[in-house]
Design a protein around this ligand. Structure first.
Ligand SMILES: C[S@@+](CC[C@H](N)C(=O)[O-])C[C@H]1O[C@@H](n2cnc3c(N)ncnc32)[C@H](O)[C@@H]1O
Length: 319
């Protein structure tokens, strides 16, 4: 692609108007997402043999030759699709996130959970109790779930039973997994050589079709204000969680959201679980940090860390 750009070829033509885009706008990923959608929808059969997620086995060495023909034939579409911001929903992260539910139950003595997710994307991780997560002797979720994530924590955890009684999410741009367009969007941003992630996503989409979840279109703070004011039973603990989202919020917005959570904690038991990169300015190791609020006192514990896509995870040994 870079060589074609340098030579003033069709890649440059497609990227007209994007020449000054910043690195953070990831124009190359937008481009490849668009190309992937052409393959996924059967419009580029000559490229499918190179896409491992679709069963392709051809080596990538001569893929560009095949891609160039597709790129030229669909130049206008690929240009239009550059407006689509890469967006994923990584179910692998639930292997670490689930520990936040245990922490909430252990610290606040309540096993019934109201789960609220900020930046939920398609809401796939809100269905965490429909996924099988295992690690050595320890297991969570239904045995027959099509989603099976082996966290390989390597240490036994003594989990308390928890039950998610309500769940709801918000996102600036929610993806509806019940639509073909929503599913296509999610699939297209899982790269073809990430076969395991792709299969996991497919399985999670199957679950999503059977377990409806509301993801409201909203910024974090106004949504939290509203949702945390909803009535809730005394024996329920509210878990607000987010994964790989905080970096997209301005510092002031993060602080405002945290204030809303703290204020709610004066009325009801609340836990704030953050699965976020150690350094919010770049992709790298991701930590799960959980703050529990109880009787006006807050306590923050870092429970574990993981690869940004969730696996492998490392548990730090306490809940
Ligand atoms: C990297 S994705 C992570 C999605 C999901 N949490 C996961 O772990 O798979 C970041 C998500 O945050 C959403 N987002 C970004 N800024 C936001 C904001 N200010 N309020 C709510 N959601 C936001 C994006 O639309 C996107 O769906």
């Amino acid at each position: 692609m870079a060589a074609d750009w340098d030579a003033g070829g069709v890649v440059r033509e497609i990227c007209i108007g994007w020449e000054e885009a910043s690195e953070a706008e990831v124009v190359e990923l937008r481009f490849l997402g668009g190309l992937h959608r052409l393959v996924l929808t059967g419009q580029a059969p000559e490229l499918a043999p190179y896409y491992r997620n679709l069963g392709g086995t051809r080596p990538p060495t001569d893929a560009w030759k095949a891609a160039l023909g597709v790129v030229a034939a669909y130049a206008a579409r690929l240009h239009e699709d550059l407006a689509i911001v890469p967006q994923t929903n990584e179910v692998g992260r639930t292997a670490l996130l689930v520990l936040a539910l245990y922490r909430a139950a252990a610290a606040l003595g309540r096993q019934r959970i109201r789960l609220l997710e900020v930046g939920a994307s398609a809401g796939l991780n809100l269905r965490v109790d429909r996924y099988r997560i295992t690690s050595g002797q320890w297991a969570w979720g239904p045995v027959n779930s099509p989603v099976h994530i082996d966290g390989d924590i390597g240490v036994p955890i003594e989990p308390v039973p928890v039950e998610i009684v309500t769940r709801r999410g918000c996102d600036l741009n929610p993806i509806d997994p019940s639509t073909e367009q929503g599913r296509l969007r999610l699939r297209s941003f899982v790269w073809p050589d990430n076969v395991q992630r792709y299969r996991r996503l497919e399985a999670a989409l199957y679950v999503a079709a059977r377990v409806p979840v509301i993801v409201d279109q909203s910024e974090a703070t106004p949504w939290l204000l509203k949702r945390l004011a909803d009535p809730v039973d005394d024996d329920v603990v509210t878990v607000v969680w987010h994964s790989v989202v905080w970096q997209y919020l301005a510092v002031a917005e993060r602080q405002a959201a945290e204030k809303v959570i703290e204020a709610a904690a004066m009325r009801v038991p609340v836990v704030h679980a953050q699965m976020e990169p150690i350094d919010l300015t770049r992709i790298g190791r991701t930590l799960l940090t959980v703050t529990t609020y109880h009787g006006g006192v807050s306590r923050t514990v870092t429970i574990g860390e993981s690869h940004p896509h969730g696996l492998p995870i490392r548990w730090f040994g306490s809940l």
